[in-house]
Design a protein around this ligand. Sequence first.
Ligand code: FFO
Ligand code: ATP
Length: 193
Amino acid sequence: MRWLKQQLRRQIREKRSQLTFTEKQLAARRVCMRLLQQPEYQKAQHIALYMSHHGEISTNLILRLALKQRKSCYLPVITPASSLEFVKVDSESRLEKNRFGILEPISRTKLIYPWQLDLVLTPLVAFDSTLHRLGMGGGYYDRTFAAENMKKHMPYMLGLAYDLQRINRLPHSDLDILLDMVITEKRCYNKGF
Ligand SMILES: Nc1nc2c(c(=O)[nH]1)N(C=O)[C@@H](CNc1ccc(C(=O)N[C@@H](CCC(=O)O)C(=O)O)cc1)CN2
Ligand SMILES: Nc1ncnc2c1ncn2[C@@H]1O[C@H](COP(=O)(O)OP(=O)(O)OP(=O)(O)O)[C@@H](O)[C@H]1O
C-alpha cells in the first residue's frame, strides 16, 4: 500500500506540474468563486487555509477575500510530533519557509485548537469518489484531525484540487481522514458523486 501510494503521488504530482501558470491561475480563481458560494464557507468564522506548494491550488485569493469579509484565517505550522498547529494570520503576517519549503507563520502566538475551526481547506495530491484524501505522505492532516483528538467537534473538511487529481479508487487505511467535499475548477464533489 505504501508503494502504491508513492506511485500515485509521483504520477499525479507529475501531471499537476505540467499545468501552465495561466491554467493554474484560472483554476485557482474558479475554485475560489465556487467556494464562496458554499453555505459552509459563508457560515464559517474560523477558517484554516494552506500556502500552496508544488503546484497545489493557490489559496491566496481566498485568503484575501476571507480577510476582507472579516473572517479569522489560520495557516498550519508543522510540529515535531508530525501534526499541525494553526496560527491566526492577516495580510501583515510574516511567513518563512519550513523544512519542506512551505511558507508558515513565524509567530507562534494566536493559536487555535483544531476543534475550534469551522472550516479546513486541505491541500491534497489525489481524491476519489468516497472522498478519501491522499496527501504528501506525512500523515499531518490525518494525525491532527484524528477523531480522538477532536473533542467530538470536527470542522467541515474541504479539499481543494485540480480535476486531474481525481482518481477512481484510492488505496486507504482507517487512519485516513474523510473529506466532506472537494472543489475543483470543474465542479464540487460530494460523497458518492
Ligand atoms: N501546501 C501544503 N502545506 C502543508 C501540507 C501540504 O500537503 N501542502 N501538508 C500536508 O500534510 C503539511 C506538510 N506536509 C508535507 C509532507 C511532505 C512534503 C514533501 O515535500 N516531501 C518530499 C520528500 C520528503 C522530504 O523532503 O523530506 C517530497 O514529497 O518530495 C511536504 C509537505 C503541512 N502543510
Ligand atoms: N492518526 C494517526 N496516528 C498515527 N499515525 C498516523 C495517523 N494517521 C496517519 N498516520 C501515519 O502517517 C503516515 C503517512 O500517512 P498517509 O500516507 O496517509 O499521509 P497523507 O495523508 O498522504 O499525508 P498528509 O496528511 O501529510 O498530507 C503513515 O505511516 C500513517 O500510518
